[in-house]
Ligand binder design. Structure first.
Ligand SMILES: NC(=O)c1ccc[n+]([C@@H]2O[C@H](COP(=O)([O-])OP(=O)(O)OC[C@H]3O[C@@H](n4cnc5c(N)ncnc54)[C@H](O)[C@@H]3O)[C@@H](O)[C@H]2O)c1
Length: 215
């Protein structure tokens, strides 16, 4: 978990920094400047320096940032040392694509349980992960101590499924359905909408030539 005092926008950039720093480490680089980082991750250098300043003075003038200590530091904040098991609810087109996507490459996340209503899928192993009957969701999630779920069911069943997840005690839901589900304050929902993302991209391309610069 990140410290509550870190701005949300900064917290969202952390995994991007983390991925790139891992790449640098693999490439044998020991230090990096905010300008180099800026070129790679496409946030301006001032934003990067400000983000890093939330965690104390990590960089040295004329030297930049030490890649390994940054990584150790971010790994701790991002909880990269512990493996997070995630449940996937709804193994249709999108569910299959996400399951086949290799989360654990350079990451601490893996889908460890899948739930569906389709009798042809229930009690099978898909991409190495067991598929359970949705009716067993509460028990399985409690037994396996899963705290995060990815929701890829049809929107008509999204709220009903969310209620089950809340009952099972999950703390976070990555919601791919178009429905804005209702949850208690103790549960965090992150909505993912590829159409929105694409429209935002188109908007920026049409309205800005480069970052911060109007046409
Ligand atoms: N966010 C995005 O960008 C994005 C992109 C594509 C699809 N979607 C949304 O993702 C969801 C899934 O899309 P899809 O194309 O994979 O649909 P799909 O019909 O291929 O798959 C849905 C799966 O959910 C299962 N299911 C149905 N009711 C269930 C229940 N009560 N409990 C558990 N499983 C249940 C079905 O058996 C099926 O396997 C939809 O809500 C869709 O609108 C979002």
């Amino acid at each position: 978990m990140t410290e509550p005092s870190i701005p949300r926008a900064t917290a969202k950039r952390l995994p991007i920094y983390y991925r790139y720093l891992n790449f640098l480490l693999d490439a044998g680089k020991t230090r990096v400047s905010s300008t180099e980082l800026s070129d790679a991750v496409k946030f301006d250098a001032a934003t990067i320096r400000r983000d890093f300043s939330y965690f104390g003075a990590l960089g040295k003038r004329g030297y930049g940032y030490d890649v390994e200590s940054l990584l150790t530091f971010f790994a701790k904040i991002l909880n990269q040392d512990t493996l997070t098991n995630v449940a996937l609810i709804g193994l249709g087109n999108l569910g299959h694509a996400l399951l086949n996507f290799n989360f654990h490459k350079n990451s601490n996340v893996r889908v460890s349980a899948v739930f569906d209503i389709n009798p042809e899928l229930i009690n099978t192993i898909q991409s190495g992960v067991p598929v359970y009957d949705i009716q067993d969701l509460v028990k399985q999630i409690e037994d396996q101590r899963i705290e995060i779920a990815i929701l890829t069911v049809p929107s008509e069943t999204a709220q009903k499924t969310t209620d089950l997840l809340v009952q099972a005690g999950v703390k976070g839901i990555l919601n791919f359905t178009p429905l804005r589900v209702t949850v208690p304050d103790s549960v965090r929902v992150q909505n993912v909408d590829l159409t929105n993302e694409l429209q935002t991209l188109i908007y920026f391309i049409e309205n800005y030539t480069s970052e911060g610069e109007n046409k």
